[in-house]
Design a protein around this ligand. Structure first.
Ligand SMILES: NC(=O)c1ccc[n+]([C@@H]2O[C@H](COP(=O)([O-])OP(=O)(O)OC[C@H]3O[C@@H](n4cnc5c(N)ncnc54)[C@H](O)[C@@H]3O)[C@@H](O)[C@H]2O)c1
Ligand SMILES: [Zn+2]
Length: 371
């Protein structure tokens, strides 16, 4: 047994470990058993992950004497809905869930966000553990305790903060992840380098293609560094009153682009983030805050890896600047009518700016869309 990397999200009584390594699910029983009051676990997952990985998880839990009851939902963002929340809660109650019961969420960010939210409200809150199977979930959504569902008014508008008791990120599950989803998760990894770790960004320039192409050691290293960065920011600001906003680097732009595409496969979240990261650096350069060489370097790396770097990369879509700005105005992070942007003084030097002139933003969009 190769020992996994272990890091801790320090949140006082709500602290928990994040384990990152290979073959972790095969040993899931050993890691989960100490957390369970009864040897049974409800596992929420989606059809795709269930077909690929549920049999081995069920077997591993069975070997440890843990009875596993799956709830299998359709894959896709549409699953983060009231209707599926109701279904999950209903099935949890039907299975005689008690205050001491634990829910395992086994899948990408969709299953994690929905399942974490269900766990936070059923019986006024039960424990849950995160078993993330996408790169995006392993480096981002499984850590930090944000849970929620989408409504017709927008994404993640209903939710809660509910921290997991444990995160097990098994690198081997990523072997079945489609390349497009790997790239989408990779954009969030790049984000951590750009926020506060220039050395990590340089490491990605050297090792990003190996990571993308499946090298488990490169993947494990990048997941570990990303989780360490996120854990630190979350520990400093659990409920996003300050530093946690840095995690939104590139996201104000990304959310506007995604909203225009209806949060569909036309543009995955991570793809929108890649474009958003380039725009955030371009805006920083435009405002004279950041060397334009740094902005160029960000774009060069994302393009080299195979991510989109400009809105024009979305085939067949015509963008409208006013509509994009309008989406930004409706963002959850708007405070007193001001749009919050995360800008950068250079690679690894992001900061939160609340006083950006919208004219500069339209100017940037005009340039980006004319290109
Ligand atoms: N809570 C947070 O802090 C946070 C942070 C970032 C994103 N999110 C949310 O996460 C969601 C996106 O997460 P995602 O990108 O993981 O999407 P996802 O959960 O939809 O997974 C992407 C696709 O990959 C499939 N899949 C998952 N694991 C697989 C595997 N190992 N092999 C093959 N296929 C696999 C899924 O079935 C799905 O079709 C969004 O709803 C977003 O809002 C939440
Ligand atoms: Zn994101």
């Amino acid at each position: 047994v190769i020992e996994p990397d272990r890091l801790r999200v320090e949140l006082g009584a709500r602290s928990y470990d994040v384990l990152i390594g290979r073959g972790l699910l095969a040993g899931a029983g050993r890691h989960l058993k100490p957390l369970l009051t009864r040897p049974r676990l409800t596992v929420l997952t989606d059809r795709t992950v269930a077909d690929l990985h549920l049999p081995s998880l069920t077997r591993a839990l069975g070997d440890a004497g843990i009875d596993c009851r799956p709830i299998v939902l359709p894959p896709g963002e549409q699953t983060k809905s009231f209707a599926h929340l109701e279904q999950v809660i209903d099935e949890l109650l039907a299975a005689r869930t008690e205050r001491g019961s634990t829910l395992a969420v086994f899948g990408g960010g969709v299953i994690g966000d929905l399942g974490g939210f269900a766990a936070s409200v059923v019986l006024r809150g039960i424990d849950f553990v995160q078993l993330p199977t996408t790169l995006l979930a392993q480096v981002d959504s499984s850590i930090g305790g944000k849970t929620g569902i989408d409504t017709r008014w927008g994404k993640n508008l209903i939710g809660s903060f509910h921290q997991p008791r444990l995160v097990l990120a098994d690198i081997d599950t990523l072997a079945t992840l489609p390349r497009r989803q790997v790239l989408a998760g990779y954009a969030e990894i790049v984000k951590y380098g750009l926020i506060g770790d220039a050395a990590f960004f340089a490491w990605l320039e050297d090792h990003g293609s190996a990571l993308r192409d499946g090298d488990p050691a490169a993947r494990q290293h990048a997941v570990k560094i990303s989780c360490t960065a996120k854990a630190k920011i979350v520990a400093a600001d659990e409920r996003e009153s300050g530093a946690r906003a840095l995690l939104n680097l590139g996201h104000t732009f990304a959310h506007a682009l995604e909203a225009e595409c209806g949060y569909s496969d036309e543009l995955l979240h991570g793809e929108a983030v890649a474009i958003g990261l380039v725009m955030a650096f371009d805006l920083s350069a435009r405002l004279g805050l950041c060397p334009s060489e740094d902005a160029a370097r960000v774009e060069r790396h994302l393009a080299a890896i195979g991510l989109p770097t400009e809105p024009a990369a979305v085939a067949g879509r015509v963008w409208d600047i006013e509509r994009l700005i309008d989406h930004m105005r409706r963002d959850k992070k708007v405070q007193g009518g001001r749009i919050t942007f995360v800008l950068a003084r250079g690679i690894g030097q992001a900061f939160v700016a609340r006083d950006v002139d919208l004219k500069e933003v339209s100017g940037l969009l005009e340039e980006a869309l004319a290109a």
